[in-house]
Design a protein around this ligand. Sequence first.
Ligand SMILES: Cc1cc2nc3c(=O)[nH]c(=O)nc-3n(C[C@H](O)[C@H](O)[C@H](O)COP(=O)(O)OP(=O)(O)OC[C@H]3O[C@@H](n4cnc5c(N)ncnc54)[C@H](O)[C@@H]3O)c2cc1C
Length: 113
Amino acid sequence: MTERIVVVGFGPVAARLVDEMLPAVRSGLAHLTVIGEEAEAAYNRVLVADLGVGRTTASALALSDAAALIADGVDVRLGVRVRRVDRARQQLVLSDGTSPRTTGWFSPPAPAR
Ligand SMILES: Cc1cc2nc3c(=O)[nH]c(=O)nc-3n(C[C@H](O)[C@H](O)[C@H](O)COP(=O)(O)OP(=O)(O)OC[C@H]3O[C@@H](n4cnc5c(N)ncnc54)[C@H](O)[C@@H]3O)c2cc1C
């Protein structure tokens, strides 16, 4: 059976996870969906200050290439927020009204308090 994995959030940790999962996606063992509420794929936040003062470029911050992932068969959805995870139905509810199905998911850590 093909696992349907949804990664909630597309930050640096998700980027690494997605890279590690690519062989399974390419071989058809897993169907992978990545949902990020930011408009961009994962980028190196450590360099954001350098970008602000013109010491680096936006492309130098990139940790993932959404177009390349899509070409590899990953379902990449940017600018979309996961509103609810319905574990009983194995379904997520997204801000764009769609509800991808899943057999498993990874989500970002809860914000620090
Ligand atoms: C300016 C800056 C400088 C930093 N400098 C350093 C440093 O020098 N050294 C260091 O070790 N660390 C630094 N950090 C911290 C480092 O960037 C974080 O540790 C790292 O980003 C954590 O990665 P993450 O993927 O776990 O989570 P995040 O980077 O928080 O990514 C999570 C992503 O998930 C998205 N998301 C959350 N909820 C949802 C949802 N419901 N639906 C869809 N998407 C969702 C968020 O929008 C975000 O894009 C810095 C951070 C910033 C902002």
